[in-house]
Design a protein around this ligand. Structure first.
Ligand code: AG3
Length: 283
């Protein structure tokens, strides 16, 4: 018998991973949650059938969404993380001694519970004393915040379903207000490759660009996401993602990474021409 997980990347393209065993399947008030085990990618988490992370390539996503803003901000103390119930971003953030407080806002408590049970690779720092978890809609939570955070990391699902509100103009405006005068917001920015994804990616970029004075995009290679070519948004009130990076300061922290380094940091903002054009079209 063969068991396969398949995600439809477009109506014409499917991506499949051979499954060894299904470890968990459940439904929360918000979504369907599944955990599988596989030979090639280890354990993986899907929400409503969409790949969120695999043990084999999650380090790329979590390091890139976390260390890029953390290396640019000279003294990040108060951090807000939205989504991210699997714990991957928290694991990376807790490496920073400068961080005094992390607020994690995850709408779905069951994602955290299931991750704690089945994904020890990412859900390994939920006991950090600096962490406060709020089980709440990020869109509502952030409306109440003003001039509070140094860095906001938006680790959302795709721009439909539960995560839709995290891609709206209203939400980005609230993020702007929630940040200090030198604050940085980073979000998962979807893929530029398939037409439908590219349109969603452009829409997102347009909304962020109209809310923040500095809005750049950087890329990483994430094998298990549609096309494998993934983007992140870097939106900031003051700091430029490359000019304000202090490589030696970050390297002195001695944080161990498998993907991110300060040379790659600058390189990640060098985008292919077709992506630059997509972005320019909406700027
Ligand atoms: N966030 C989801 C990225 C989007 C993946 N999209 C897809 N497979 N269609 C990942 C959360 C990891 N902490």
């Amino acid at each position: 018998m063969e068991l396969w997980f398949t995600e439809k990347h477009t109506p014409e393209v499917k991506f499949s991973i051979k499954v060894d065993r299904q470890l968990y399947s459940g439904r929360s008030e918000f979504q369907r949650i599944d955990i599988f085990d596989s030979k090639e990618f280890g354990r993986f988490l899907t929400l409503d059938g969409y790949m969120m992370l695999t043990e084999k390539d999650e380090f790329i996503y979590h390091e890139m969404i976390t260390h890029v803003p953390m290396a640019v901000h000279p003294n990040p103390k108060n951090i807000l993380v939205i989504g991210a119930g699997d714990g991957g971003v928290i694991r990376e953030l807790t490496n920073y001694n400068s961080v005094e407080n992390i607020d994690l806002v995850e709408i779905d408590e069951l994602v955290v519970e299931v991750s704690k049970k089945y994904l020890p690779v990412t859900a390994c720092r939920f006991d950090d004393k600096r962490l406060n978890i709020f089980y709440e809609d990020g869109v509502k939570f952030i409306r109440r915040c003003e001039n509070k955070y140094d860095v906001i990391i938006v680790d959302s699902t795709d721009p439909f379903g539960v995560g839709e509100g995290l891609f709206t103009k209203e939400f980005y405006g609230s993020c702007y207000n929630a940040l200090h005068d030198d604050g940085i917001m980073v979000n998962q920015h979807e893929s530029p490759f398939y037409d439908e994804d590219a349109i969603a990616m452009q829409r997102t970029h347009k909304r962020i660009t109209s809310s923040f004075p500095i809005s750049k995009v950087y890329q990483a290679h994430i094998p298990t996401y549609p096309s494998g070519h993934w983007l992140f948004g870097f939106a900031s009130k003051k700091y430029h993602p490359i000019h304000d990076l202090n490589p030696s300061a970050w390297n002195l922290l001695g944080i161990k990474t498998r993907y991110y380094n300060t040379r790659l940091h600058a390189g990640a903002f060098a985008l292919p021409n077709y992506v630059e054009e997509l972005l320019k079209d909406v700027e």
